[in-house]
Design a protein around this ligand. Structure first.
Ligand SMILES: [Zn+2]
Length: 469
């Protein structure tokens, strides 16, 4: 499989340290608020990648952290503490906030058919590992103490800016936003590994450490959690494109300083979901959540479908019009599949293999889900049996997870449920006879009997109309 690698900035053949076994890491959510559908786009595309790697025969161990401590509002070390901000807003403790929004995150994932990773690790559960790593970085000379905090010394690395899209000038962004620079830092790019001198006096979560009572910086958690479960090499690291710098750059810096060799060969980044005005952010405009999609009558899986229709390395523009189009297209797809359900023909294995090859060809070329979705349409149009089509769609849906056949089946069951029971039809016939015989008392009694069974009849010029009451 060819997969774009943000480190080499080209499509590389995806390989793993141990053939057939993929150790995959996903940066998880900071659980201080509901997940924005823009962030969920990243998790949807990572889920597709995870499932596709399995589809082509790999075992996948996927690890995800939950950031419940240490993430400030800037991805550098400045701004407010996100968790503390959430707790203050809702008059709850930090741990209550973390629990609530972790559950909310996985509830959204479930609605979007995003599989839960094998390992989900909250950062607060690994404080001892973080302290140990910071200590090792100090011993190895990659870290220093200043003003009560411990910092990573980026000048000790041959190459800090590993993603070539970024350079030192990017650090000025924080300054432009009016955020104060940290005068303890020896180099502009240095970052905090452990805070003891917090500007938040009311920081709730603090732990004893060799440097005093404090809490970890954000980046250290991903390095440590990955190493705890995957050892000191990783095959694939995933995240949103906005995590590439400084977060992923810092993860590489501290991980490779710790282990003394290359840590992760392949980096997968999902691009932004934008609105029509530019980048979508949590602080601007309408806060888009899965619940809001549902409130507006959309199926979360239609949003998943919307995401799959576009390549993960392109920014995707969200608008309610686009969402409506995606829902319409999704419904049409389900309706077409429904017509295949009752055909009792046989699977043409040769044709099935040919159609599935078109799908793997698309996905093998840098996870081209947009093309993968067009294969769905090609399958429906193909000159083959309904059973072949259904078998192909079932295979594709192991990766796309749109629950197409499930939705088609549910629609068919709904229609069946509308079918009038024989008992009711018999009563309708008796009523017709009674009316013919002008026995109106009996006709009325029969109408009541029919109503008691949950059906309503109406005599019209076209005949008798029977509907559910
Ligand atoms: Zn991370």
């Amino acid at each position: 499989m060819l997969l774009y690698n943000s480190l080499s900035r080209q499509k590389d053949v995806f390989t793993t340290v141990e053939p057939g076994k993929v150790k995959m890491y996903t940066c998880g959510p900071t659980v201080y608020h509901f997940a924005h559908i823009g962030n969920l786009r990243t998790y949807i595309m990572e889920d597709v990648l995870d499932k596709y790697l399995r589809f082509i025969g790999n075992d996948v161990l996927r690890i995800m952290n939950i950031t419940d401590v240490g993430h400030l509002t800037s991805d550098g070390d400045t701004g407010d503490d996100k968790m503390l901000k959430g707790a203050k807003r809702e008059h709850k403790t930090v741990m209550e906030i973390a629990k609530f929004y972790t559950d909310a995150f996985f509830a959204d994932c479930k609605k979007l058919n995003i599989k839960t990773p094998e390992v989900v690790q909250p950062a607060t559960g690994c404080i001892a590992e973080f302290i140990d790593a910071v200590q090792k970085l100090l011993e190895k000379g990659y870290a220093y103490e200043a003003g009560g905090n411990v910092y990573f010394d980026t000048s000790k690395l041959e190459q800090y800016y590993r993603f070539l899209d970024f350079k030192e000038e990017d650090l000025e962004v924080g300054v432009r936003e009016g955020v104060e620079g940290d005068t303890n830092k020896r180099n502009k790019a240095d970052f905090v590994l452990w805070f003891t001198k917090s500007k938040f006096d009311d920081q709730e979560l603090k732990w004893e450490s060799p440097w005093g009572l404090g809490y970890p910086g954000w980046h250290i958690e991903c390095s440590c959690i990955s190493m705890k479960y995957a050892g000191d090499t990783l095959d694939l690291h995933c995240g949103g494109i906005d995590n590439m710098f400084p977060h992923h750059t810092n993860e590489i810096a501290q991980s490779e300083a710790l282990i003394g060799h290359e840590w992760c060969k392949h980096w997968f980044h999902v691009h932004h979901l934008n609105d029509e005005t530019g980048k979508m952010s949590k602080s601007k405009g309408e806060f888009l959540t899965v619940s809001l999609l549902e409130e507006k009558g959309y199926d979360p899986l239609a949003y998943r479908f919307f995401c799959l229709q576009s390549h993960y390395r392109k920014s995707l523009v969200f608008s309610w019009d686009n969402m409506k189009n995606a829902q319409t297209a999704y419904n049409k797809l389900v309706a077409k599949i429904r017509t295949l359900l009752n055909e009792k023909d046989a699977v043409d294995e040769a044709k099935k293999a040919e159609l599935l090859k078109a799908f793997t060809d698309a996905m093998d070329n840098d996870l081209n889900t947009a093309l993968g979705v067009t294969v769905l349409y090609d399958i429906l149009k193909a000159d083959t049996t309904a059973a072949t089509k259904l078998a192909c769609i079932a295979e594709l849906d192991k990766v796309l997870s749109l629950d197409l056949i499930g939705h088609a089946q549910a629609a068919a069951d709904d229609a069946d449920a509308q079918e009038i029971p024989a008992e009711v039809l018999a009563l309708v016939e008796q009523r017709k006879e009674a009316r013919k015989a002008k026995d109106f008392a009996k006709a009325d009694a029969l109408r009541d009997e029919i109503a008691a069974l949950g059906w309503q009849i109406r005599e019209t010029r076209q005949g008798t109309e029977i509907t559910k009451a």
